[in-house]
Design a protein around this ligand. Structure first.
Ligand code: KIV
Length: 239
């Protein structure tokens, strides 16, 4: 799975063969330059999910439900998730949280809306977590994470993202659950992995340390722009 935000990038990753494209609320940081994901709105996700959908012929398109677009009331949650499937033509939504959001997942699934859960480092809870840091590092937090994962599976989630938790815990959760686990910064033992496209390509300046770069496109972009500048400056102005 790769987090992508526009049609061009979606087309390239789709052609490359990724299974799923996530229109993540990481767009707030990666595309909009914010410090966290909290400012991302439903309209932001709908617009970018439409673009990703247009660029995709094969991969599953999953749209993130932004901060407070779910959980305020079940009615509002259903309408917002519905927009992502109806307006943006996403095929599933992703929701952060465990036991606390299980009733929300159950409701959406009962209405035919596939849900991917997300536990561990959940960026929408950044102020509660006290920063972007590894989660479930104490015995109590490990037990809680296992209970959260079991609850979202029971509620009907189709898969679960495990973000920034110890590799042995991700392995334990993967063995316990029947739904696929998709890891990010959680070691190699998950069923799948997700990366933010801009991190994977080496375009971001402050990528998390666990995000592996598979290219260094930042350098390529700067070199291409400099070649353009040099050529324009060398070309005499007509007349
Ligand atoms: O918003 C996002 O891109 C995500 C992934 C990093 C899992 O939630």
């Amino acid at each position: 799975m790769v987090a992508a935000y526009d049609a061009t990038m979606a087309r390239l990753f789709d052609r490359a063969g990724v299974d799923a494209l996530l229109v993540g609320d990481s767009l707030g940081m990666v595309i909009l330059g914010a410090n966290n994901t909290l400012q991302v709105t439903m309209d932001d996700i709908v617009r970018h999910a439409k673009a990703v959908r247009r660029g995709t012929t094969r991969a599953l398109v999953v749209a993130d439900m932004p901060f407070l677009s779910y959980g305020v009331s079940l009615e509002e949650t259903v309408r917002n998730a519905g927009r992502l499937l109806q307006e943006a033509e996403a095929s599933a939504v992703k929701i952060e949280g465990g036991i606390a959001v299980a009733p929300v997942i159950e409701r959406l699934v009962s209405l035919g809306i596939p849900v991917i859960a997300h536990v561990g480092l959940t960026p929408q809870s950044i102020h509660q977590l006290g920063g972007f840091k590894r989660q479930a590092t104490t015995a109590a937090a490990r037990t809680k994470l296992i209970a959260d994962a079991a609850a979202v599976e029971k509620a009907g989630a189709s898969a679960i993202v495990l973000e920034c938790i110890p590799a042995d815990l991700a392995q334990e959760v993967t063995a316990k659950l029947t739904i696929p686990t998709i890891g990010i910064g959680s070691g190699p033992h998950c069923d799948g992995q997700v990366l933010v496209s801009y991190d994977l390509l080496g375009l971001t300046e402050n990528a998390p340390s666990f995000a592996k770069r598979y290219a260094h496109l930042d350098k390529a972009v700067i070199e291409a722009a400099q070649a353009f500048i040099r050529e324009v400056k060398r070309t005499p102005t007509p007349g």
